[in-house]
Design a protein. Structure first.
Length: 161
């Protein structure tokens, strides 16, 4: 359904702009689409809280939960969950500027700075360069005290017709 809407609008950014022009919340529409199409999104409690349409910026939050826990020593968020949150958020930041209908993560490098233990957690994605076929994005995962737990740098491929 989301993919059909993207194709019908002619691109991600165009769809987000259409939603805004109709007075719809881009964040709520994205949350509904991602929840419907991606099981991990709902299971981990991911929630988009900000999409800067045309600005290359997105934010997502998620709570601490048993599903997100990596249990070596004290409870903390599993690295794979952090990677999924960063991939989702950074990808959404790319969507906010992508005028094409498809994109894919080419590479995502994450440095884990400290364990994320105090939720809710906030994940930020920022496009730092967009070219014709690729976008470079940086991201951060932060705890409820605004301490950085992980930093990311990634590249997304933008499919052009």
């Amino acid at each position: 359904m989301f993919d059909d809407e993207v194709r019908s609008a002619g691109g991600f950014r165009q769809l987000f702009e259409l939603w805004k022009s109709r007075g719809m919340s881009v964040e709520e529409r994205v949350n509904a689409a991602f929840s419907e199409e991606t099981g991990i999104y709902s299971e981990l409690g991911f929630r988009v809280t900000r999409v800067d349409v045309g600005g290359g910026y997105a934010e997502l939050t998620f709570p601490f939960s048993h599903m997100a826990s990596g249990r070596r020593g004290r409870p903390h968020v599993h690295g794979g969950v952090i990677m999924a949150a960063l991939d989702t958020t950074c990808g959404l930041a790319v969507m906010s500027v992508n005028t094409s209908t498809e994109q894919s993560t080419l590479e995502l490098k994450v440095n884990f700075v400290r364990p994320l233990v105090r939720g809710p957690f906030r994940v930020i994605g920022r496009v730092i360069h967009i070219g014709r076929n690729t976008a470079v994005v940086e991201g951060e995962a932060r705890d409820s005290g605004d301490e950085v737990g992980a930093r990311a740098l990634g590249t997304w491929f933008i499919f052009r017709a």
